[in-house]
Design a protein around this ligand. Structure first.
Ligand code: HEM
Length: 397
């Protein structure tokens, strides 16, 4: 019998999850999950097919899925609206912009390491994994240093809401913070329109104004609230995801001392190691699409309107694609992981996320070479329904 796998379970014991997913890939790769009322697609080839057929598998929020998804900005759009949105926003992710943010990531990683306590013990997630993605997004949005404390509070609120597992009280408090954040972003957009800065938000506003011409005038422009929604989406898309890649990447290096030793000795391995950390950790466990008409996938009949969940955590372990998928190899090539999705919605922040993960972990190995899991402790998994990550990782050195 196939072991149960619930893609929304807040966390999974890795070994048990892997057995369940391997069984699904082997015995029932397109699996109807009656509890949640959607299909689970677990093989690499099928996740690719679903991702590459947006006209058949829609990203718009219809049918059952994770509660917060309906506000997911461009990630929840199809066709022309998505193309328009992406064409504006992608102009803010130029290689030059990303390289410059990568430099900042190294600086922020160094500052986080400088601030570590002299006691030689720390909580890795809050002190080393949280600050870098958060400050990078603050830079992208042009948040002033004086607003960073509020920004951290808003960021935490997004994590609470996005986790999907918070108590009613926590959710209410978090939603209040988000309303405040929305107000702040609205003012910021207006300010940047009047006085552009050197940040990505200004680039997006500029690109939007130019794009309006390319797309035939005013109706093609993004509304002010679409820009604020996008800014909020950046927090969801680029913050906790990257944080989880960093913290789980650190854990993977603790658990694989030989890989860690090789990386510490040969920094050129980071080119492939960052990819392997992304495959191994798969911070976004899955994404959802909705069938636009009746279709079949691997012989299973999918009806129009049914949800199809692409389980990246499984595709990234598919034995048909990866040699010894259960082995963590810092020199893995090729490495055709699907951590960032594929096709029209392929992650816009993929290169940036790679740079951030590499910046933090490489600087930590270099400057805190004795770092290890604190004696007598264990990592605490985060309580999220969509993202795989760590709440706490106690370390000492
Ligand atoms: C390890 C970190 C990250 C992971 C695992 C990740 C994962 C993903 C995935 C799986 C998608 C595709 C969603 C779909 O197909 O429905 C996506 C889309 C997206 N990501 Fe990321 N992401 C990460 C970091 C970032 C960062 C740092 C940013 C920006 C600062 C970012 C911005 C975006 C945007 C804008 C989209 C939407 C693209 C579209 O809909 O066309 N991501 N990401």
């Amino acid at each position: 019998m196939t072991p149960a796998y619930d893609v929304l379970a807040p966390f999974h014991i890795r070994a048990e999850r892997d057995v369940a997913l391997a069984a699904l890939r082997r015995d029932d790769p397109v699996h109807w999950d009656p509890r949640n009322g959607w299909w689970l697609v677990t093989r690499h080839a099928d996740v690719r097919d679903v991702s590459r057929t947006p006209e058949l598998f829609s990203s718009e929020p219809r049918g059952p899925w994770h509660a917060f998804e309906s506000h997911f900005s461009m990630q929840a759009m199809d066709g022309e609206p998505h193309r328009r949105h992406r064409s504006v926003v992608s102009r803010a992710f130029t290689p030059r912009m990303v390289a410059s943010l990568g430099e900042s990531a190294l600086r922020y990683a160094d500052e986080a390491i400088d601030a570590l306590p002299v006691s030689r013990s720390a909580e890795f997630v809050s002190e080393l994994a949280v600050p870098v993605p958060m400050r990078i997004i603050a830079d992208m949005l042009g948040v002033a240093d004086g607003d960073l404390d509020s920004f951290r509070r808003w960021t935490d609120a997004v994590v609470v809401v996005a986790g999907g597992q918070a108590s009613a009280d926590d959710l209410e408090e978090a939603n209040r913070s988000l309303v405040e954040f929305h107000g702040y972003l609205g003012e910021m957009v207006e300010r940047r329109r009047a006085e552009p800065g050197d940040d990505i938000l200004s680039r997006i506003i500029e690109a939007d104004e130019e794009g309006a011409l390319a797309f035939g005038g005013d109706p093609a422009r993004l509304e002010a609230n679409e820009i604020t929604d996008f800014a909020l989406f950046l927090l969801v898309a680029g913050n906790e995801t990257t944080r989880n890649g960093i913290s789980q990447g650190m854990l993977a290096l603790f658990e694989h001392p030989e890989a860690r030793r090789r990386l510490a000795a040969d920094a050129t391995l980071w080119d492939t190691a960052a990819g392997e950390i992304l495959r191994w950790t798969t911070p976004v466990r899955a994404m959802r699409r909705v069938a636009m008409r009746d279709t079949t996938l691997r012989g299973r009949k999918i009806e129009q309107g049914q949800s199809v969940v692409m389980v990246y955590a499984s595709a990234n372990q598919d034995e048909e694609v990866f040699d010894e998928p259960q082995t963590f190899r810092v020199d893995r090539t090729p490495n055709d992981f699907l951590t960032f999705g594929l096709g029209t919605h392929y992650c816009l922040g993929a290169n940036l996320a790679r740079l951030e993960i590499r910046a933090v972990l490489s600087r930590v190995l270099e400057r805190v070479p004795g770092i290890r899991l604190a004696t007598g402790t264990a990592p605490v998994e985060s309580n999220s329904a969509l993202l795989d990550g760590l709440e706490e990782l106690p370390v000492e050195w």
